[in-house]
Design a protein around this ligand. Sequence first.
Ligand code: NAG
Ligand code: NAG
Length: 381
Amino acid sequence: MLSIPFVAGLFAVSSFWLGQVNSLTISKRGTCPATNTAAEALASRIQSHYFNIVTGEYSELWTDANTLEDIHTLMLAAGVTTWDSLAGESYIGRVANTGIPSWSTVLDGSYDDAQWIILSLWKIADYQTSQGKSATNYLNAANTIYDIVSAQWDDTTCNGGVWWSSDKNYKNSITNHLYLYTSAEGFNRNSNQTYLDNAEKTWTWLEASGLRNSQGLWNDGLDMTSCANNGQTTWTYNQGVIASGLGALSKANGNTSLPVQAEITLDAAISLLTQDNILKESCDDVTSGGSSCNADQQIFKGVWAKHLAYYLDAVNSATSEAKYSPFLGSLNSAVTHYGVDADGDCSSTWYAANAGGGTYTAQSDASGLAAFNAASKYGPC
Ligand SMILES: *[C@@H]1O[C@H](CO)[C@@H](O)[C@H](O)[C@H]1NC(C)=O
Ligand SMILES: *[C@@H]1O[C@H](CO)[C@@H](O)[C@H](O)[C@H]1NC(C)=O
Protein backbone atom coordinates (compact mmCIF):
# COMPACT_ATOMS: atom_id res chain seq x y z
CA MET A 1 0.00 0.00 0.00
CA LEU A 2 2.80 2.39 0.87
CA SER A 3 4.39 1.90 -2.51
CA ILE A 4 1.35 3.20 -4.39
CA PRO A 5 1.76 6.93 -3.64
CA PHE A 6 5.51 6.52 -4.24
CA VAL A 7 4.91 5.09 -7.72
CA ALA A 8 2.31 7.75 -8.44
CA GLY A 9 4.84 10.38 -7.40
CA LEU A 10 7.39 8.96 -9.83
CA PHE A 11 4.88 9.11 -12.63
CA ALA A 12 4.15 12.72 -11.77
CA VAL A 13 7.85 13.58 -11.92
CA SER A 14 8.48 11.71 -15.16
CA SER A 15 5.45 13.14 -16.93
CA PHE A 16 6.53 16.60 -15.78
CA TRP A 17 9.86 16.09 -17.52
CA LEU A 18 8.24 14.51 -20.56
CA GLY A 19 6.08 17.63 -20.73
CA GLN A 20 9.22 19.77 -20.78
CA VAL A 21 10.74 17.73 -23.59
CA ASN A 22 7.55 17.89 -25.62
CA SER A 23 7.21 21.64 -25.24
CA LEU A 24 10.84 22.07 -26.34
CA THR A 25 10.07 20.01 -29.42
CA ILE A 26 6.95 21.97 -30.22
CA SER A 27 8.61 25.35 -29.75
CA LYS A 28 11.55 24.50 -32.04
CA ARG A 29 11.71 27.23 -34.66
CA GLY A 30 11.02 26.66 -38.33
CA THR A 31 13.43 27.58 -41.07
CA CYS A 32 15.32 30.88 -41.39
CA PRO A 33 13.62 33.41 -43.71
CA ALA A 34 16.84 35.19 -44.74
CA THR A 35 18.51 31.90 -45.65
CA ASN A 36 15.42 30.76 -47.54
CA THR A 37 15.59 33.99 -49.56
CA ALA A 38 19.20 33.24 -50.52
CA ALA A 39 18.21 29.66 -51.37
CA GLU A 40 15.31 30.86 -53.53
CA ALA A 41 17.64 33.15 -55.50
CA LEU A 42 20.00 30.23 -56.15
CA ALA A 43 17.12 27.91 -57.10
CA SER A 44 15.82 30.53 -59.56
CA ARG A 45 19.25 30.74 -61.12
CA ILE A 46 19.43 26.93 -61.41
CA GLN A 47 16.05 26.86 -63.15
CA SER A 48 16.80 29.70 -65.58
CA HIS A 49 20.36 28.69 -66.34
CA TYR A 50 20.39 24.90 -66.28
CA PHE A 51 16.91 23.41 -66.50
CA ASN A 52 16.05 22.11 -69.97
CA ILE A 53 12.28 22.19 -70.27
CA VAL A 54 12.37 19.87 -73.31
CA THR A 55 14.29 17.02 -71.70
CA GLY A 56 13.40 17.78 -68.08
CA GLU A 57 17.07 17.57 -67.13
CA TYR A 58 19.78 19.79 -65.68
CA SER A 59 22.94 17.79 -66.25
CA GLU A 60 23.12 14.11 -65.25
CA LEU A 61 20.72 11.71 -63.59
CA TRP A 62 21.97 11.46 -60.01
CA THR A 63 22.85 15.08 -59.49
CA ASP A 64 19.56 16.04 -61.16
CA ALA A 65 17.82 13.88 -58.56
CA ASN A 66 19.56 15.79 -55.78
CA THR A 67 18.64 19.12 -57.39
CA LEU A 68 14.97 18.18 -57.60
CA GLU A 69 15.04 17.01 -54.00
CA ASP A 70 16.60 20.29 -52.83
CA ILE A 71 14.14 22.51 -54.70
CA HIS A 72 11.22 20.60 -53.17
CA THR A 73 12.81 20.80 -49.73
CA LEU A 74 13.07 24.55 -50.22
CA MET A 75 9.44 24.94 -51.28
CA LEU A 76 8.33 22.99 -48.21
CA ALA A 77 10.60 25.03 -45.92
CA ALA A 78 9.75 28.46 -47.33
CA GLY A 79 6.07 27.69 -47.84
CA VAL A 80 6.21 28.67 -51.52
CA THR A 81 4.92 27.03 -54.72
CA THR A 82 7.31 28.74 -57.14
CA TRP A 83 8.38 25.48 -58.79
CA ASP A 84 5.06 23.70 -58.44
CA SER A 85 5.13 22.28 -62.00
CA LEU A 86 8.76 21.15 -61.81
CA ALA A 87 8.13 17.57 -60.67
CA GLY A 88 5.84 16.85 -63.58
CA GLU A 89 8.19 18.51 -66.06
CA SER A 90 11.34 16.77 -64.82
CA TYR A 91 12.63 13.66 -66.52
CA ILE A 92 12.47 11.71 -63.26
CA GLY A 93 8.90 12.87 -62.67
CA ARG A 94 7.86 11.98 -66.21
CA VAL A 95 9.16 8.45 -65.81
CA ALA A 96 7.36 8.17 -62.47
CA ASN A 97 4.11 9.39 -64.01
CA THR A 98 4.21 7.41 -67.27
CA GLY A 99 6.25 4.31 -66.45
CA ILE A 100 8.16 4.94 -69.69
CA PRO A 101 10.89 3.96 -70.06
CA SER A 102 11.18 1.31 -67.36
CA TRP A 103 13.22 2.15 -64.27
CA SER A 104 15.69 -0.63 -65.12
CA THR A 105 16.36 1.15 -68.41
CA VAL A 106 16.69 4.54 -66.75
CA LEU A 107 18.95 3.29 -63.94
CA ASP A 108 21.19 1.39 -66.35
CA GLY A 109 22.57 -0.84 -63.61
CA SER A 110 23.73 1.98 -61.33
CA TYR A 111 22.60 1.30 -57.77
CA ASP A 112 23.88 4.45 -56.13
CA ASP A 113 22.17 6.61 -58.77
CA ALA A 114 19.00 4.59 -58.16
CA GLN A 115 18.89 5.55 -54.51
CA TRP A 116 19.41 9.29 -55.05
CA ILE A 117 16.29 9.04 -57.20
CA ILE A 118 14.36 7.38 -54.36
CA LEU A 119 15.26 10.31 -52.12
CA SER A 120 14.11 12.84 -54.73
CA LEU A 121 10.83 10.96 -55.25
CA TRP A 122 10.13 10.96 -51.51
CA LYS A 123 10.68 14.71 -51.28
CA ILE A 124 8.51 15.32 -54.34
CA ALA A 125 5.84 13.14 -52.72
CA ASP A 126 6.07 15.17 -49.50
CA TYR A 127 5.56 18.34 -51.50
CA GLN A 128 2.65 16.93 -53.52
CA THR A 129 0.99 15.80 -50.31
CA SER A 130 1.48 19.25 -48.76
CA GLN A 131 -0.41 20.69 -51.75
CA GLY A 132 -3.25 18.19 -51.43
CA LYS A 133 -2.21 16.43 -54.64
CA SER A 134 -1.67 12.74 -55.25
CA ALA A 135 1.80 11.43 -54.46
CA THR A 136 0.98 7.86 -55.52
CA ASN A 137 3.01 7.76 -58.74
CA TYR A 138 6.10 9.10 -56.99
CA LEU A 139 5.79 6.74 -54.02
CA ASN A 140 5.17 3.74 -56.26
CA ALA A 141 8.22 4.63 -58.33
CA ALA A 142 10.32 4.85 -55.15
CA ASN A 143 9.13 1.38 -54.10
CA THR A 144 9.90 -0.06 -57.53
CA ILE A 145 13.41 1.34 -57.48
CA TYR A 146 13.96 0.16 -53.91
CA ASP A 147 13.15 -3.38 -54.94
CA ILE A 148 15.58 -3.18 -57.87
CA VAL A 149 18.33 -2.10 -55.46
CA SER A 150 17.43 -4.71 -52.83
CA ALA A 151 17.87 -7.44 -55.43
CA GLN A 152 21.53 -6.38 -55.68
CA TRP A 153 22.34 -7.44 -52.11
CA ASP A 154 24.89 -10.23 -52.24
CA ASP A 155 26.09 -12.32 -49.28
CA THR A 156 28.80 -14.21 -51.13
CA THR A 157 31.47 -11.65 -51.99
CA CYS A 158 32.94 -9.92 -48.89
CA ASN A 159 30.09 -11.29 -46.74
CA GLY A 160 27.38 -8.88 -47.86
CA GLY A 161 26.54 -5.45 -49.21
CA VAL A 162 24.79 -4.07 -52.29
CA TRP A 163 26.79 -4.05 -55.51
CA TRP A 164 27.68 -0.60 -56.84
CA SER A 165 26.63 -1.55 -60.35
CA SER A 166 25.36 -4.39 -62.51
CA ASP A 167 29.00 -5.11 -63.42
CA LYS A 168 29.11 -6.67 -59.92
CA ASN A 169 32.77 -5.84 -59.47
CA TYR A 170 32.75 -3.24 -56.64
CA LYS A 171 31.20 -2.81 -53.22
CA ASN A 172 31.53 0.75 -52.04
CA SER A 173 30.54 2.99 -49.20
CA ILE A 174 28.08 5.31 -50.91
CA THR A 175 25.83 2.59 -52.33
CA ASN A 176 25.60 0.93 -48.92
CA HIS A 177 25.36 4.17 -46.94
CA LEU A 178 22.42 5.05 -49.16
CA TYR A 179 20.90 1.60 -48.72
CA LEU A 180 21.09 2.00 -44.95
CA TYR A 181 19.28 5.33 -45.27
CA THR A 182 16.67 4.32 -47.87
CA SER A 183 15.91 1.20 -45.82
CA ALA A 184 15.68 2.89 -42.41
CA GLU A 185 13.93 6.02 -43.66
CA GLY A 186 11.70 3.82 -45.80
CA PHE A 187 10.62 1.97 -42.66
CA ASN A 188 10.05 5.27 -40.86
CA ARG A 189 7.76 6.27 -43.73
CA ASN A 190 5.94 3.00 -44.49
CA SER A 191 6.36 0.80 -41.35
CA ASN A 192 7.22 -2.15 -43.62
CA GLN A 193 9.37 -4.58 -41.59
CA THR A 194 11.33 -5.67 -44.68
CA TYR A 195 12.84 -2.20 -44.84
CA LEU A 196 13.87 -2.27 -41.18
CA ASP A 197 15.36 -5.75 -41.54
CA ASN A 198 17.36 -4.52 -44.54
CA ALA A 199 18.59 -1.47 -42.61
CA GLU A 200 19.78 -3.59 -39.68
CA LYS A 201 21.43 -6.11 -42.00
CA THR A 202 23.22 -3.28 -43.81
CA TRP A 203 24.55 -1.60 -40.65
CA THR A 204 25.75 -4.95 -39.29
CA TRP A 205 27.64 -5.47 -42.53
CA LEU A 206 28.98 -1.90 -42.75
CA GLU A 207 30.18 -1.94 -39.14
CA ALA A 208 32.22 -5.09 -39.74
CA SER A 209 33.31 -4.16 -43.29
CA GLY A 210 36.41 -2.14 -42.44
CA LEU A 211 35.14 0.69 -44.66
CA ARG A 212 35.48 3.16 -41.76
CA ASN A 213 39.11 3.98 -41.04
CA SER A 214 40.87 4.68 -37.74
CA GLN A 215 40.15 8.41 -38.10
CA GLY A 216 36.40 7.75 -38.15
CA LEU A 217 36.06 8.55 -41.86
CA TRP A 218 34.65 6.20 -44.50
CA ASN A 219 36.86 5.48 -47.49
CA ASP A 220 35.41 5.00 -50.96
CA GLY A 221 35.16 1.22 -51.02
CA LEU A 222 36.60 -2.27 -50.67
CA ASP A 223 39.52 -3.94 -52.36
CA MET A 224 37.58 -6.75 -54.04
CA THR A 225 40.45 -9.21 -53.82
CA SER A 226 41.16 -8.92 -50.09
CA CYS A 227 37.79 -7.43 -49.00
CA ALA A 228 39.82 -4.86 -47.01
CA ASN A 229 39.29 -1.09 -47.05
CA ASN A 230 40.86 0.09 -50.33
CA GLY A 231 42.17 3.32 -48.78
CA GLN A 232 40.66 5.46 -51.52
CA THR A 233 39.35 8.98 -50.96
CA THR A 234 37.25 9.88 -47.93
CA TRP A 235 34.74 11.97 -49.88
CA THR A 236 32.66 14.41 -47.85
CA TYR A 237 29.32 12.98 -48.96
CA ASN A 238 30.03 9.56 -47.49
CA GLN A 239 30.50 11.16 -44.06
CA GLY A 240 27.02 12.67 -44.28
CA VAL A 241 24.99 9.83 -45.75
CA ILE A 242 26.23 7.34 -43.15
CA ALA A 243 25.00 9.74 -40.45
CA SER A 244 21.50 10.13 -41.92
CA GLY A 245 21.31 6.35 -42.25
CA LEU A 246 22.33 5.75 -38.63
CA GLY A 247 20.00 8.50 -37.42
CA ALA A 248 17.07 7.00 -39.31
CA LEU A 249 17.88 3.50 -38.03
CA SER A 250 18.09 4.79 -34.46
CA LYS A 251 14.68 6.39 -34.89
CA ALA A 252 13.36 3.10 -36.28
CA ASN A 253 14.78 0.67 -33.69
CA GLY A 254 15.51 2.88 -30.67
CA ASN A 255 19.21 1.96 -30.49
CA THR A 256 20.84 5.02 -28.87
CA SER A 257 24.37 3.83 -29.70
CA LEU A 258 23.81 4.57 -33.38
CA PRO A 259 23.86 8.40 -33.09
CA VAL A 260 27.13 8.06 -31.18
CA GLN A 261 28.57 6.19 -34.18
CA ALA A 262 27.16 8.81 -36.56
CA GLU A 263 28.69 11.68 -34.65
CA ILE A 264 32.14 10.06 -34.61
CA THR A 265 32.08 10.42 -38.39
CA LEU A 266 30.40 13.84 -38.54
CA ASP A 267 32.97 15.21 -36.09
CA ALA A 268 35.84 13.64 -38.02
CA ALA A 269 34.60 15.31 -41.21
CA ILE A 270 34.38 18.70 -39.47
CA SER A 271 37.86 18.29 -38.09
CA LEU A 272 39.62 16.64 -41.04
CA LEU A 273 37.79 17.57 -44.26
CA THR A 274 37.79 21.34 -43.70
CA GLN A 275 39.92 24.40 -44.09
CA ASP A 276 39.20 27.36 -41.78
CA ASN A 277 36.12 25.49 -40.50
CA ILE A 278 34.60 25.19 -44.00
CA LEU A 279 34.16 21.90 -45.87
CA LYS A 280 36.86 21.30 -48.46
CA GLU A 281 36.75 18.35 -50.84
CA SER A 282 40.25 16.94 -51.35
CA CYS A 283 40.06 17.96 -55.01
CA ASP A 284 38.90 21.55 -54.25
CA ASP A 285 41.43 24.30 -54.96
CA VAL A 286 40.50 27.97 -55.32
CA THR A 287 43.73 28.91 -57.08
CA SER A 288 43.74 29.31 -60.84
CA GLY A 289 43.83 26.00 -62.66
CA GLY A 290 43.52 24.33 -59.26
CA SER A 291 40.37 22.30 -58.75
CA SER A 292 40.37 18.80 -60.11
CA CYS A 293 36.88 17.88 -58.86
CA ASN A 294 34.72 16.42 -61.60
CA ALA A 295 31.02 17.26 -61.99
CA ASP A 296 29.99 14.50 -59.55
CA GLN A 297 32.43 15.64 -56.90
CA GLN A 298 31.25 19.25 -57.15
CA ILE A 299 27.97 18.38 -55.38
CA PHE A 300 29.42 16.27 -52.55
CA LYS A 301 29.72 19.00 -49.91
CA GLY A 302 26.08 19.98 -50.31
CA VAL A 303 25.06 16.34 -49.98
CA TRP A 304 27.01 16.18 -46.70
CA ALA A 305 25.12 19.20 -45.37
CA LYS A 306 21.75 17.85 -46.51
CA HIS A 307 22.33 14.52 -44.83
CA LEU A 308 23.50 16.20 -41.61
CA ALA A 309 20.07 17.89 -41.63
CA TYR A 310 18.40 14.51 -42.25
CA TYR A 311 20.39 13.11 -39.34
CA LEU A 312 19.18 15.93 -37.08
CA ASP A 313 15.61 15.40 -38.32
CA ALA A 314 15.81 11.76 -37.28
CA VAL A 315 17.48 12.02 -33.88
CA ASN A 316 15.43 15.04 -32.75
CA SER A 317 18.05 16.01 -30.16
CA ALA A 318 18.47 19.59 -28.92
CA THR A 319 22.03 18.68 -27.90
CA SER A 320 22.98 17.51 -31.38
CA GLU A 321 21.28 20.51 -32.99
CA ALA A 322 23.24 22.89 -30.75
CA LYS A 323 26.46 21.01 -31.51
CA TYR A 324 26.18 21.28 -35.32
CA SER A 325 24.42 24.64 -35.68
CA PRO A 326 27.62 26.75 -35.66
CA PHE A 327 29.19 24.64 -38.41
CA LEU A 328 26.09 24.95 -40.58
CA GLY A 329 26.32 28.71 -39.97
CA SER A 330 29.93 28.60 -41.14
CA LEU A 331 28.89 26.81 -44.35
CA ASN A 332 26.06 29.29 -44.92
CA SER A 333 28.50 32.17 -44.60
CA ALA A 334 31.05 30.50 -46.87
CA VAL A 335 28.51 29.80 -49.62
CA THR A 336 27.19 33.35 -49.34
CA HIS A 337 30.55 35.15 -49.32
CA TYR A 338 32.93 32.82 -51.16
CA GLY A 339 30.53 30.71 -53.23
CA VAL A 340 27.87 32.87 -54.87
CA ASP A 341 29.18 35.13 -57.66
CA ALA A 342 27.76 38.25 -59.33
CA ASP A 343 25.63 36.14 -61.69
CA GLY A 344 24.09 34.31 -58.74
CA ASP A 345 25.83 30.99 -59.42
CA CYS A 346 27.72 29.13 -56.69
CA SER A 347 31.34 28.06 -57.01
CA SER A 348 32.35 24.45 -56.50
CA THR A 349 34.76 25.76 -53.83
CA TRP A 350 33.64 27.30 -50.54
CA TYR A 351 36.66 27.35 -48.23
CA ALA A 352 38.08 30.66 -49.51
CA ALA A 353 37.33 33.33 -52.10
CA ASN A 354 37.53 31.88 -55.59
CA ALA A 355 40.81 32.89 -57.22
CA GLY A 356 40.06 31.21 -60.54
CA GLY A 357 40.14 27.55 -59.52
CA GLY A 358 36.47 27.11 -58.64
CA THR A 359 34.02 26.02 -61.31
CA TYR A 360 30.37 26.91 -61.84
CA THR A 361 28.05 24.11 -62.91
CA ALA A 362 24.57 22.75 -62.28
CA GLN A 363 26.18 20.52 -59.65
CA SER A 364 28.02 23.31 -57.82
CA ASP A 365 24.84 25.40 -57.74
CA ALA A 366 22.85 22.49 -56.34
CA SER A 367 25.56 21.94 -53.74
CA GLY A 368 25.20 25.52 -52.53
CA LEU A 369 21.42 25.17 -52.48
CA ALA A 370 21.63 22.07 -50.29
CA ALA A 371 23.92 23.89 -47.85
CA PHE A 372 21.48 26.81 -47.63
CA ASN A 373 18.58 24.43 -46.96
CA ALA A 374 20.44 22.65 -44.17
CA ALA A 375 21.59 25.92 -42.61
CA SER A 376 18.09 27.36 -42.87
CA LYS A 377 16.69 24.54 -40.77
CA TYR A 378 19.50 23.92 -38.29
CA GLY A 379 21.97 26.82 -38.48
CA PRO A 380 21.83 30.17 -36.69
CA CYS A 381 19.34 32.70 -38.06
C1 NAG B 1 7.15 -4.59 -47.83
O1 NAG B 1 8.22 -4.27 -48.70
C2 NAG B 1 8.60 -5.34 -49.54
C3 NAG B 1 9.85 -4.88 -50.29
O2 NAG B 1 9.57 -3.75 -51.05
C4 NAG B 1 7.46 -5.71 -50.45
O3 NAG B 1 7.81 -6.82 -51.27
C5 NAG B 1 6.24 -6.09 -49.61
O4 NAG B 1 5.14 -6.30 -50.43
C6 NAG B 1 5.92 -4.97 -48.63
N1 NAG B 1 4.88 -5.41 -47.72
C7 NAG B 1 3.75 -4.74 -47.57
C8 NAG B 1 2.79 -5.30 -46.58
O5 NAG B 1 3.50 -3.71 -48.19
C1 NAG C 1 23.15 -0.91 -31.09
O1 NAG C 1 24.13 -0.39 -31.96
C2 NAG C 1 25.47 -0.69 -31.59
C3 NAG C 1 26.37 0.08 -32.52
O2 NAG C 1 26.33 -0.40 -33.80
C4 NAG C 1 25.66 -2.18 -31.65
O3 NAG C 1 26.98 -2.50 -31.27
C5 NAG C 1 24.67 -2.87 -30.73
O4 NAG C 1 24.75 -4.26 -30.89
C6 NAG C 1 23.24 -2.42 -31.05
N1 NAG C 1 22.33 -2.93 -30.05
C7 NAG C 1 21.31 -3.72 -30.34
C8 NAG C 1 20.47 -4.12 -29.19
O5 NAG C 1 21.08 -4.08 -31.48
